[in-house]
Design a binder for this molecule. Structure first.
Ligand code: PLP
Length: 493
């Protein structure tokens, strides 16, 4: 180690080779690890010194601790048995993109602070737009997460309200202002409500519209709620439709919602964080039907497009309104080319911007449109196969349609479901909770849960680049085995 300055290049090369070697082995054999971490609370923390070292330590010792202390506390999203939440994976090209971007360590706040970062971002976004079948004339910006993208989109919607002057005057202390109302379905992601909190809309004014049998927004109820709000003197300004809701991946009728928005002059934002990627498969392109009329759309390549977290693309056909909401350029950030180029700092909250476009561009180039479509198609096939196993089994049932790669279901052993007791549903909930805990403790599969129409629901999400039919079959075997064991124990009878 040099006394001042960075590691020597020789040390970097050697430690870098060890790190890459570890990553290569890990990607080759993620199943060497239990998918869900087994550490107890505080186990990782208590294994680490409470104080920073006074003298620098060798990288080999640090990498040893990474392997021995940090890795056991990792839940392996790269494990092919990871079926929880929206199962996401990076991919080798994405990891290389992250590595190079970390090495360059540029801040893409202005075009001038790294022209390639801005221009590659424009190219990657336009490639993604084409892959999704979205029309020309839609621009975009890469953000960290869909939550932040949706926040920025609703800020743009608020900016579009004539004469509100929110940038200048804020919202507080203005008794002349009506309540501002945002609409989304009751199945929408919590990020919409969070945006309402941050933007001074308030949770109460984020109206949750009921859904139909397939968990899609009821458009008549939307129109009625807007009309009631107008009658009460409130100010509707934005609707958030979801393409691929978090619990069931239901797809709101965006085209019909767009009609309402047009009639009512409301901003339409589409949260397609997970399911937008499905449009990369030509036969699923209609998941984005109606989105050509949306003012903004969020799609997360870090969810279902093999790009390491974080990478979320906010598309918009109204960049001037988004910029109008956020641009604030102090003297020290002015450059001689402003007006000729894009300065992405103007498109959102943060000034400093990571070079996320590099990994997205590398992923899209490595797999190509066909390679991406084939991988996604296989995920959908596996989910449909699992759904068919559930449907055919007398002791399991599906609790929602499976339009894409997520299956919502539960065990409902006849001996429990048919019991004449008034807490039969609560008993099934407890049974399924225990079933999930047992399957997840196996280390071979990790599923998550939700609640649908009051019922505790198991979710199996397929989105991992390494998941094969064998992994899905193994999860199904574990579910049946643990279900049978629980029934034999008799605790729930
Ligand atoms: N929207 C939907 C539909 C989601 O399912 C999620 C997360 O799962 C989000 C938004 C938030 O995503 P992010 O973690 O990128 O903020």
């Amino acid at each position: 180690m040099s006394p001042l300055g960075d590691m020597t290049i020789e040390e970097f090369r050697r430690a870098g080779a060890r790190a890459i070697d570890w990553i290569a082995r890990y990607l080759d054999q993620p199943e060497d690890y239990p998918v869900l971490s087994r550490v107890a609370p505080n186990q990782v923390r208590s294994a680490l010194p409470a104080n920073p070292p006074r003298h620098g330590e060798p990288m080999d010792a640090i990498l040893d601790d990474f392997q021995d202390i940090v890795v056991p506390g990792i839940t392996h999203w790269n494990h092919p048995g990871f079926f929880a939440y929206f199962s996401i994976t990076g991919s080798a090209p994405g990891i290389l993109g992250e590595l190079l971007s970390a090495a360059l360590n540029i801040n893409g706040m202005l075009w001038q602070t790294s022209p390639s970062a801005t221009e590659l971002e424009e190219v990657a976004i336009d490639w993604l737009r084409q892959l999704l079948g979205l029309p020309e004339g839609i621009d975009g910006v890469i953000m960290d997460t869909a939550s932040v993208g949706t926040l920025c989109a609703i800020a743009a919607a608020r900016q579009a309200i004539p004469d509100l002057k929110v940038r200048e005057l804020g919202l507080a202390g203005r008794p002349e202002l009506p309540r501002l109302c945002v609409y989304c379905s009751e199945q929408a992601h919590s990020s919409v409500e969070k945006a309402g909190i941050v933007l001074g809309v308030g949770r109460e004014n984020v109206r949750k519209i009921p859904v139909d049998d397939a968990f899609r927004m009821d458009v008549n109820a939307l129109a009625e709620t807007i009309a009631k709000d107008r009658e009460a003197g409130h100010l509707p300004f934005c609707v958030v439709a979801t393409v691929g809701t978090t619990s069931t991946t239901s797809i709101d009728p965006v085209a019909a919602i767009a009609e309402v928005c047009k009639r009512e002059s409301l901003w339409l934002h589409v949260d397609a964080a997970y399911a937008g990627s499905a449009a990369c498969m030509p036969e699923f392109r209609d998941v984005l039907a109606g989105c050509e009329s949306a003012h903004s759309i969020i799609v997360n390549p870090h969810k279902w497009l093999f790009t390491p977290i974080d990478c979320s693309v906010l598309f918009t056909r109204k960049p001037e309104t988004l910029i109008g909401a956020f641009s604030l350029v102090p003297e020290y950030l002015r450059t001689s080319v402003d007006g000729e180029i894009t300065n992405y700092m103007d498109w959102g909250v943060s000034l400093g911007r990571r070079f996320r476009a590099l990994k997205l561009w590398m992923v899209l180039r490595t797999f190509g449109s066909e390679g991406i479509a084939e991988r996604l198609r296989e995920h959908v096939r596996l989910a449909q196969l699992f759904a068919s196993w559930v449907d055919e089994h007398p002791e399991f049932e599906r609790l929602a349609p499976t339009p894409l790669s997520v299956v919502c279901f539960r065990a409902c052993p006849t001996a429990l479901a048919s019991r004449d007791r008034n807490d039969a549903e609560a008993n099934l909930d407890r049974f399924n909770q225990e079933l999930l805990a047992r399957v997840n403790a196996s280390g071979e599969a990790y599923l998550s849960n939700t609640v649908l129409r009051g019922r505790y629901t198991l979710r199996l999400a397929i989105g991992n680049i390494r998941t094969t039919e064998n992994h899905v079959a193994r999860a199904w075997e574990l579910l049946q085995r643990e279900c049978a064991t629980l029934m034999t124990n008799g605790d729930f009878l």
